[in-house]
Design a protein around this ligand. Structure first.
Ligand SMILES: C[S@@+](CC[C@H](N)C(=O)[O-])C[C@H]1O[C@@H](n2cnc3c(N)ncnc32)[C@H](O)[C@@H]1O
Ligand code: SF4
Ligand code: SF4
Length: 365
């Protein structure tokens, strides 16, 4: 059953354990700050869920009346739409509570914001997870995302993940740098309920070391290959993906992208993802030339992935970049649909020739 009213998808069924020990409905930034905060200084204590759902109903009533929480004012996600009758369970939960990491990626949002790095206290999630499972707030319909820092460094990580898996949650995605091999991640992949995304962002050991400040290229790909071997094709064939974040001027070359996709293919990952450094994007909304370069690199990424028969995804920040490019460009607007179009064109003779060359390059990697 559905009802039509003014609300947002986040408030309707999501929960975010965010950095800076805040719990809220989302991690969106809006002109008024976004990220409505439900609990501050949160450190894993049990939550009074009846009170939580009552409060959520009140916040939705505000939206229905054309108002909203101050943080949500002018948020683009508020809309009049048909909403499913709300249940006392969560459709989506993000755990973004870790800041510790063994790498130092030059683009990483954590390091860019010293406030996050210095003022987030990591805490033990186990008690609250057990409570949520007991209260049936986590179900097989709940999608969970785990971000960081690097969650696998947490001494409670294995217990945390096993708890989630054993509770029957079927869709757990972990963003990990894959420097540490986790047995519980491997088990979850085998069962078809855990997927990982590893942002490698480079196609060569040299670039990897430059971006991440550690020489762990071989180690990371070994772990990714090991995870790939566990993919359960019957249940979840999209469970080990690698990501390339374009950092303009640093890794924004065709050769780096080509080598990244070849290495991903060789490691038998289920798919590759392309995104752009969010901080660069925020600071360069008017840089038409670099934007054109990124759009061309995106097309190249799709072409190579198609030629190599590897699944691909282009993430929302690039969609945002193309939309903004269209705004700053007076003529020749770019049709955005190519970043979603999965219909693969037939391979030309030239492509087939190219595949042979790529196989030879791949042998040398
Ligand atoms: C903060 S990380 C934590 C997870 C894990 N350590 C990793 O690197 O995958 C969560 C995700 O945000 C991405 N990320 C961090 N900074 C970003 C930025 N400036 N622009 C785009 N994505 C970013 C990372 O690549 C990663 O996939
Ligand atoms: S209205 Fe926007 S800022 Fe508020 S909870 Fe929804 S998505 Fe988050
Ligand atoms: S590995 Fe992840 S958390 Fe660590 S620095 Fe890189 S992006 Fe940030």
């Amino acid at each position: 059953m559905t009802n039509t009213y003014r609300s947002c998808h986040s408030i309707e069924g999501e929960l975010f354990f965010n950095h800076l020990n805040k719990v809220g409905y989302c991690c969106m930034l809006t002109p008024n700050g976004g990220q409505p905060i439900l609990y501050e200084n949160y450190q894993g204590e049990l939550i009074d869920w009846d009170k939580f759902f009552k409060q959520r109903d009140e916040h939705i009533e505000l939206m229905k009346r054309g108002l909203s929480l101050p943080a949500c004012t002018d948020c683009l996600w508020i809309k009049d739409a048909k909403w499913e009758v709300r249940k006392k369970e969560f459709r989506y939960i993000l755990f973004n509570i870790w800041v510790k990491c063994n790498l130092y990626c030059i683009y990483c949002s954590n390091h860019k914001d010293e406030n996050v790095l210095n003022n987030t206290k990591e805490y033990n999630l186990i008690p609250v997870i057990k409570d949520m499972i007991e209260k049936k707030l986590l179900t097989e319909n709940t999608k969970i995302d785990i971000a960081g820092g690097e969650a696998t460094l947490d001494k409670n990580f294995d217990e945390f993940l096993s708890l989630l898996i054993d509770s029957g949650v079927k869709n757990i995605n972990i963003n990990t740098n894959s420097t540490i091999f986790s047995k519980s991640i491997e088990d979850g992949i085998k069962k078809g309920v855990v997927s990982i995304i590893s942002s490698v962002d480079s196609g060569t050991p040299k670039k990897f070391a430059y971006i991440k400040k550690k020489k762990l290229w071989n180690n990371v790909w070994q772990n990714i290959s090991k995870y790939s071997k566990s993919i359960n094709q019957n249940i979840n064939n999209n469970s080990v993906r690698t990501k390339f974040i374009i950092i303009p001027g640093i890794n924004s070359s065709k050769s780096e992208i080509l080598k990244f996709i070849l290495k991903s293919k060789k490691s038998n990952v289920s798919g590759v993802i392309l995104n752009i450094d969010l901080h660069w994007l925020r600071q360069h909304y008017d840089d038409k030339n670099t934007m054109t370069e990124i759009i061309n690199l995106t097309k190249y990424f799709i072409r190579i992935a198609n030629i190599l028969d590897i699944d691909w995804q282009i993430w929302a920040h690039i969609e945002d970049l193309i939309k903004r490019y269209n705004l700053v460009q007076e003529s020749s607007k770019i049709d955005i649909d190519f970043i979603f179009d999965k219909t693969k064109n037939k391979k030309t003779i030239l492509d087939k020739f190219f595949i042979i060359i790529l196989r030879i390059i791949s042998l040398t990697m």
